[in-house]
Ligand binder design. Structure first.
Ligand code: AMP
Ligand code: ZN
Length: 113
């Protein structure tokens, strides 16, 4: 399957790695929307939140654990941050490998929709 983030995880396409473990990879967004803009992705390919099931949902909890750890390391845990996952066309999802945006380092726009 041709997937941009699978290629990044494999190292076939370069990325600026922020964190990696057995199940998760995190790297800087190529088009940052905030001073801190990191993408946290499961290594196992899931297309979007629509693919999350009882069997694989453990990785989502782990992604939030990693988000909290990275927010602390990147100095935004106290100032505040947002974790977002866009699902499907109406949400503007452009890469169909499940990912969570970790955004912070400035006062974020409060508009949710
Ligand atoms: P979304 O619109 O929620 O699907 O988010 C996809 C994100 O992937 C966007 O914020 C893009 O800037 C980012 N992106 C696309 N290609 C790359 C890449 N090669 N390296 C890092 N981030 C990327
Ligand atoms: Zn993928």
């Amino acid at each position: 399957m041709d997937c941009l983030f699978c290629s990044i995880i494999k190292g076939d396409i370069p990325s600026t790695k922020v964190y990696e473990d057995e199940t998760v990879y995190a790297f800087k967004d190529i088009n940052p929307m905030a001073p801190v803009h990191v993408l946290i992705v499961p290594k196992k390919h899931l297309s979007s939140i629509n693919d999350v099931t009882q069997e694989n949902s453990g990785v989502i909890a782990h992604i939030y654990e990693v988000a909290a750890k990275l927010a602390k390391e990147l100095g935004i845990s106290e100032s505040g941050y947002r974790v977002v996952s866009n699902c499907g066309a109406d949400a503007g999802q452009t890469v169909f490998h499940l990912h969570f945006h970790l955004l912070g380092g400035k006062k974020l726009n409060v508009t949710m929709c």
